[in-house]
Design a protein around this ligand. Structure first.
Ligand SMILES: [Zn+2]
Length: 99
């Protein structure tokens, strides 16, 4: 069975999308906890073995992460940082209001 080009691209997008969603939550939680820097963004329940992707435990090349994880990390850290910070700030505000 061979996937059409569109389906392959969609599958790649879904892989990246799934990671972006998970990583955004982790970054927002990290920021909300006022921890410095950024967390090691990884899919939940990932225990990377030496030589595997640090974010999903899957096969990788020379980089620390596989291609979908590299894309997702780049997206999460580059564009939506301000969004993640806004989300974190909003959550922090909400939790303070609830105290
Ligand atoms: Zn990966």
């Amino acid at each position: 069975m061979s996937l059409t080009k569109e389906k392959r691209e969609m599958a790649v997008d879904n892989d990246v999308e799934r990671r972006v969603r998970a990583f955004e939550v982790q970054l927002a939680e990290w920021s909300a906890a006022e921890r410095p820097g950024v967390p090691v963004l990884a899919l939940p329940d990932t225990t990377p073995e030496p030589g595997t992707c640090v974010s999903c435990g899957g096969p990788r090349g020379k980089e620390l992460r596989c291609a979908p994880c590299l894309s997702a990390v780049a997206l999460v850290l580059a564009t939506p940082v301000s969004r993640a910070i806004q989300t974190a700030a909003a959550r922090l505000q909400a939790s303070k209001e609830n105290q």
